[in-house]
Design a binder for this molecule. Structure first.
Ligand code: ADP
Ligand code: MG
Length: 664
């Protein structure tokens, strides 16, 4: 019943069902779990004589002195009075001859209820365009739902009412001892839609937030720690040769990370470690170390990266550093000749290949390893938990996850609940911060003239366009048009390449030309964000910077100034609200990715910070990581206790079922 389509609800036909997909409403269950974003407080009906100014209130009385007059073409002013002194005004559009619809409705009304914010007027308080009810409102706290064009709040209330009739099909998911004195699941959902009062609302919310955290953490941590992994050998001659081959001294952070990875890999207990380090902090060295160690222990290592461009780049780096040690390094991506793929796959199966770098192609069924003992996932937030475990499942492997998106601690606890964390907080010596400037669009021409002047000195540049999602065609078209305009206009004197996520193989070619210096300026959507390394690129222009997340901007600008010349980054912002100015200022002033992440969380909330919707989306409908830290800690504690008792959730079938449904 809960999984029935929304069309079983009153007033939803096929067409409307399409419309409300954008609200995330496809099944009855979705309606239940799509909570109000706010409430109108109708608990008290204030007599008109006692209303307070500047606060929203419900008042009621007999309407007197009702008038309607035209004030301009099609526009009319309706006025009336409630009680002794409260004046009411409405503006309506009405082109016809007779009285407007609202006037006729008011005229016929006996007692009236109105909800609005009174303002001080000449003759006492006035309410402008209050909401009108002909009967006392039904709910003491009326839900206010997110809407789309063509859907009214009243409709959403009716759908919620109808969906709540199916509530008895929804099982309690929290074990009794954990639920404790909290309201039951059904009760809480009913109260979150239609609260009886604020205190029962608070109890319901607490329960549901707890549930969100609890299921999220449980899903991540279940089965985390009872497997037997393999123990890699202590560092020997091969690892020593690797260290000796490095052209630089390790930073303190790299040394510590390597120590931890060493201890993890040598232990029987499987390694599940996240290395968090700012762009350019040198995480690749840690991964290389792990790969060498795996090979030295007769194992294999696989590194999964999010894009083919990155895979190609990374395999080049690993070949350079690992092949001289006698390791065999291969690439495996979908966009490769079938014959080549087959050759690599059989080398993996025979154990001939020690290290493989690839994309999702690594986790297809056809890929088998002789002895995969280390799985490395780079830039992990692009991958789902499932993809991670698919790679792990190719062997009895240790896991090393590397992320360049620094995460605030409260978020780290949720996102990486299943991982031990190492932070690399220092950068290799001599790195210069990227000079970041917030530029008024009026000076756009100057910016591009500057780009051209740097190109004439033999340097290269990126111009980045926002694209919320690579699949958004409209956006893509707009972005490509802008790129073409640039190519024809301000950048006509230089060699320009264009690259976006929806290009196939071509993309790699364009990028290779850029890396090879045959292209001066690379116009790109955010595909260049992760991991890309072209030392000769020194200038970056970010168009519509206000549309990016801060962590993302920080990552992007990390692409320039990687060589010995200092980098410069222009943030062009066209729609600057106070808040977005404040946000961009954070990136301009600070070069500390962790600080930027904390600020981004504070200013925008967690959803955007991650730059992906996947994270937390199905889980955190109510929970707010900025405010619900305490509930999060409680949930974490309960999850730990429960898993210590029953790691496979054998005595908790409905809990296990709930996790299954959430696709953990
Ligand atoms: P990340 O993946 O963390 O963004 P990389 O591993 O790509 O960073 O390293 C960035 C650059 O810094 C690379 O060119 C790398 O060779 C160099 N590098 C790494 N560690 C050091 C170090 N300790 N000293 C100097 N340069 C380093
Ligand atoms: Mg990297």
């Amino acid at each position: 019943m809960l999984d029935a389509p929304v069309t079983v609800l009153p007033g939803i036909g096929d067409k409307r069902a399409q419309t409300i997909k954008t609200l995330g409403l496809e099944t009855v269950r979705d309606v239940l779990f799509s909570y109000p974003r706010d409430y109108k407080d109708f608990q008290k009906v204030i007599p008109p004589e006692q209303v307070q100014v500047d606060v929203p209130q419900l008042t009621s009385g007999q309407l007197a002195n009702l008038t309607e007059r035209p004030i301009s073409r099609g526009r009319r002013l309706i006025q009336g009075q409630l009680g002794q002194q409260l004046r009411l005004t409405w503006f309506v559009y009405h082109k016809g001859r007779g009285a407007s619809y609202l006037y006729r409705k008011l005229e016929r009304a006996g007692r009236l209820w109105v909800y609005g914010v009174p303002k001080p007027g000449l003759f006492g308080p006035e309410m402008s365009s209050p909401e009108v009810f002909l009967r006392a409102p039904k709910y003491p706290l009326q839900p206010v739902y997110p809407l789309v064009a063509g859907v009214s709040n009243e409709q959403r209330i009716r759908w919620a009412e109808a969906a709540l009739k199916q509530l008895h099909f929804l099982p309690e998911c929290l074990p009794e001892e954990i639920k404790g004195s909290r309201p039951g699941r059904g009760e809480a959902i009913k109260e979150i839609h239609f609260p009886s009062n604020w205190s029962s609302y608070a109890r319901a919310r607490e329960r549901l937030v707890f549930e969100e955290f609890f299921l999220f953490l449980l899903g991540l941590q279940r089965g985390k720690r009872h497997e037997q992994g393999i123990a890699h050998d202590p560092d020997g001659e091969l690892v020593q040769r690797y260290f000796n081959s490095l052209p630089f001294a390790l930073t303190e952070g790299q040394r510590k990370a390597i120590q931890q990875v060493a201890a993890d890999m040598e232990a029987v207990r499987p390694m599940r470690r996240l290395i968090q380090g700012d762009v350019g902090s040198g995480k690749t060295v840690v991964a290389e170390y792990g790969a060498v160690k795996a090979a030295a222990s007769r194992g294999q290592a696989a590194m999964m990266v999010p894009t083919e461009v990155l895979a190609r780049q990374m395999v080049q780096r690993l070949k350079t550093s690992l092949e001289p040690l006698g390791l065999s390094v291969e690439l495996l991506i979908g966009n490769m000749k079938g014959r080549d793929q087959e050759r690599v796959r059989s080398a993996l199966e025979s154990g001939e290949c020690d290290v493989v770098v690839g994309t999702h192609a690594l986790i297809t069924e056809k890929v088998n390893f002789r002895n995969l003992t280390l799985a490395i996932v780079d830039e992990q937030h692009r991958f789902g938990v499932r993809q991670r475990s698919a790679l792990l499942g190719k062997g009895n492997a240790d896991l090393l996850v590397m992320s360049a998106t620094p995460i605030p601690r409260s978020l780290a606890l949720t996102m990486y609940a299943d991982l031990d964390t190492t932070e690399i907080r220092d950068l290799p010596a001599g790195r210069q911060p990227v000079d970041t400037r917030l530029v008024d669009p009026a000076r756009r021409e100057d910016v591009y003239r500057y780009v051209v002047s740097r190109v004439q000195k033999g340097e290269q540049a990126y111009v980045v366009f926002p694209l919320v999602e690579e699949s958004e065609h409209v956006d893509l078209k707009a972005a490509t048009q802008e790129m073409v305009d640039l190519q024809r206009g301000p950048l006509s004197e230089v060699r320009v390449g264009l690259i976006h996520g929806q290009m196939g193989k071509e993309k790699d070619e364009v990028f290779a030309s850029f890396a090879g210096g045959e292209i001066d300026v690379l116009l790109a959507t955010t595909v260049i964000e992760v991991g890309m390394d072209v030392p000769n690129a020194t200038v970056m222009v970010i168009e519509n910077a206000e549309r990016f997340g801060l962590a993302q901007l920080h990552q992007l600008r990390g692409r320039v100034g990687r060589g010995n010349k200092p980098g410069i980054c222009f943030l062009l912002a066209y729609n600057l609200s106070q808040n977005s100015r404040e946000r961009l200022e954070v990136v301009r002033r600070s070069n500390d990715g962790f600080f930027i992440a904390e600020e981004d969380l504070r200013l925008r909330g967690p959803g955007d910070l991650l730059g992906v919707r996947q994270w937390g989306q199905p889980f955190f409908r109510l929970a707010d990581l900025r405010e619900d830290g305490e509930i999060l800690q409680q949930a974490a504690k309960e999850v730990q206790r429960l898993l210590a008792r029953d790691p496979a959730l054998q005595s908790y079938p409905s809990l296990a079922g709930e996790l299954e449904r959430l696709a953990w």
